[in-house]
Design a protein around this ligand. Sequence first.
Ligand code: CTP
Length: 471
Amino acid sequence: MNFSEEINKIPIIKIISSFADESKTEVFMVGGVVRDLILKRKRSDLDFLVIGNSLEFAENVAKQLGIKKVSKFKNFGTAHFRYENFDIEFVGARKESYNRNSRKPIVEDGTFEDDIKRRDFTINAMAISLNKNNFGELIDLFNGYQDLQSKLIRTPLDPFQTFDDDPLRIMRAFRFASQLEFNVDDSIMNAARQMKERLRIVSQERITDEFLKILSSPKPSVGLKLLYDSEVMQIIFPEIHNLAGVDQRQDYHHKDVFLHTLIVVDNISKTTENVWLRFAALVHDIAKPQTKKFVEGIGWTFHGHEELGARMMKNIFHRMKLPMNKLEYVEKLVRLHLRPIALAKEEVTDSAIRRLIVQAGEDLQDLITLCRADITSKNPQKVEMYLANYDAVMKKVLEVQEKDKLREFQSPVRGDEIMRICNLKPSKKVGEIKKAIEDAILDGVIENNYEAAMSYLLKIKDKFLKSEDSK
Ligand code: CTP
């Protein structure tokens, strides 16, 4: 298979290719960039495999392009620079594991095959030659192309060896499955289950990075379910693992909180790319296991789970090294996720609505998005009813906001005029009269103009002045 047409469209390829021949060096485009080229996915990272001295090669290519800044990592045989909007990386073929994030330096230079077989997955272990004699040719030692067609994540070697080189690859398998909506091979699931404890030696930053990539994928439940099924979730996010098996109802309608959560996360992912809103969806019921109680005649209850859940966030954010500037947002959504539905009733007061507006602040729309995603009933009539309830709440929110906007206005008849007409000194009474005029306007009793306000004042003043403390 030949991809010369496709790669010729990439600006830097011609320069690399001619320099490869000039310097008699074998050079390949390799890894994720080849996978994405075949899948027609856009990307800005381009990785090149050099059989020989990658640092020198990168330096020379950069010189030809007039680029001065090349970052070199001698221990790992990698060099990196930016060109136009691309991140360009050159890596020398190596015998050891490919893991550039490990602190362990590479031991020995290797051949093309040595390098390729130590990569994570077959779909990431393809290369395209850049040398003239076979320019554009796909070199696919482990049937990665076939696996791309059959949507399968598989390791080039025995998964025990591939994961031993870098245990994070267990999570990478699930991340790619989630991003691409692929299946993972049974051998990966088996090795993941047996090797999951090895993830404890991986840095939290790398684990969290993969976890957030899963959450950012089009259908996060794919990756989350794999994490759960392989028992990796128990290690990286035990609170989520513990949601499984918590029955919500004692009657015919047994619902597992974990499965419910997966649906909520998928629902919300259809409407938002905001990973923190997705995260809030993931954790909104996180305290259900701790608050679960069986009440005779009612069934299972989870009283206070929203408050306890919000309080659990700080520890989780610390432990998972999540950005602390997102903590308050997630806490708020977890804490308030039951509130809008409680406000759907007819008789709800303006002040209850106002409290929600103030507490949710600028995140009110996100809160409602979460509430809508939280509807997982299979009964379309119920779904419609719940959605209509949220529409009703939002209508009330708009009404109250509109009223409050009006409330900021001043009576067309000002305080000094009220004092003159009523013969009052500055006092509480003046304010009360002014407020009565404003309320009459807000409630639509009189029109919002000077004449109407003045004749209203003349009509009501005696009632106010009758009381003893009028002066
Ligand atoms: N790689 C690997 N093992 C790792 C990390 C990376 O074998 N733990 C190899 C794979 O061949 C991978 C390539 O290095 O394709 C580039 O790694 P990376 O940029 O992390 O992943 P990509 O496959 O490029 O995918 P993405 O950019 O979407 O993360």
